[in-house]
Design a binder for this molecule. Structure first.
Ligand code: COA
Length: 314
């Protein structure tokens, strides 16, 4: 995480909002945001170094680097190439995946296929975002939600019965305009008109997104578990994209899970898009919430829309 912390109290002095509104409607109490000069690739490199150390793998052994992100340092080169250079991962191929908040699970699914095809491969999978630079800090309906951060995993062939059991990827482009950053691509010239419309920032129809998110997440949770041959009782931990505490509470009820089986850290980090699942996975493992042999379900939902589910035995 970037070091700088922005609390709800800080936001109270910037826009017309309150700690009480943000906490009850979203579950967020604080978020981390980058400082001047700190970029997406810096966060991605930090997370990658931690993952490589935890895995006991050298950067020079990595065959492929995949970064899920919607906020790259620049359109070209990819964040993955910048990470490759910084780590000195000389033999690795590198590319970014554009699947918004599902970027990490889409990337993990791709890595899974590569490793199944060639079990000697070692793949670095990263979710990394700097959403604070695509946030309109005058729009109270979005700026209280989004934040920055990165997480990473080293994916290799497993021995024994641990590993990824099922992957499910989905999208629905017909409702693309409910959650967008319209400018800064090639469809619109970057001119005064674009900037005055605020198209360089995240725009969201929050209530509509909420309704789509809960439906899609519940459905992909069932689909992923069914593919893995699990019923609800088999699940030890649900790691869902941290977008809103009310979405997480809804899922807990619909999936009939006790509180201790649903991982929550949105209070500390806000919505970090593609980074939220690997950050949560790392915290769950380091804190002992996730134990060897546990059945983990990861599910995500984001702009596009995209949604995804991955089950694994840890
Ligand atoms: N502080 C204080 N008031 C705020 C506010 C803020 N930060 N943001 C909005 N409000 C106000 C609204 O202006 C509105 O006021 P009004 O009734 O006078 O018009 C009121 O609060 C209710 O707004 P509403 O949009 O109905 O709130 P909500 O309960 O739908 O919550 C979200 C808003 C954004 C928290 C919620 O819709 C949401 O989480 N949606 C999903 C977002 C998401 O997860 N996106 C990412 C997917 S990856």
């Amino acid at each position: 995480m970037p070091e700088k912390v922005l609390t709800n109290r800080d936001l109270e002095s910037m826009i017309d909002t309150s700690d009480e509104w943000i906490t009850t409607r979203t579950g967020i109490r604080q978020r981390h945001i980058v400082s001047v000069g700190e970029n997406n690739s810096d966060l991605a490199v930090g997370a990658s170094r931690a993952a490589l150390e935890m895995a006991g793998v050298e950067a020079s052994e990595i065959d492929l680097i995949i970064v899920g992100t919607l906020t790259p340092d620049m359109p070209m080169p990819s964040v993955a190439c910048l990470v490759q250079r910084e780590l000195g991962a000389g033999k690795a191929g590198a590319f970014d995946v554009s699947a918004t908040c599902s970027g990490f699970l889409y990337s993990l699914s791709i890595a899974d296929k590569f490793v199944r095809d060639n079990p000697s491969m070692k793949i670095l999978v990263i979710g990394s975002e700097v959403l604070s630079r695509r946030t309109n800090w005058e729009d109270r309906t979005t700026c209280v939600l989004f934040a920055d951060g990165a997480g990473a995993a080293v994916v290799t062939a497993s021995d024994g019965d641990s590993g990824i059991l099922s992957t499910c990827l989905h999208a629905d482009g017909s409702v693309w305009d409910l959650l967008t950053i319209k400018g800064l691509g090639t469809a619109h010239p970057i001119d005064q008109e674009l900037l005055s419309k605020g198209w360089q920032y995240i725009e969201m129809k929050g209530k509509d997104v909420f309704k789509h998110a809960v439906r899609a997440l519940e459905s992909v949770a069932h689909e992923s578990m069914e593919k893995a041959g699990w019923n609800n009782d088999d699940l030890d931990l649900l790691i869902a994209h941290q977008a809103n505490i009310r979405i997480l509470d809804f899922l807990r009820e619909r999936l009939n899970l006790p509180k201790e089986k649903v991982f929550i850290n949105i209070d500390k980090y806000g919505n970090t898009s593609a980074a939220s699942i690997p950050i949560a996975l790392d915290e769950a493992w380091r804190s002992g919430r996730l134990k060897k042999g546990d059945n983990v379900l990861m599910i995500s939902f984001g702009g596009g829309f995209t949604w995804a589910g991955v089950t694994m035995r840890w």
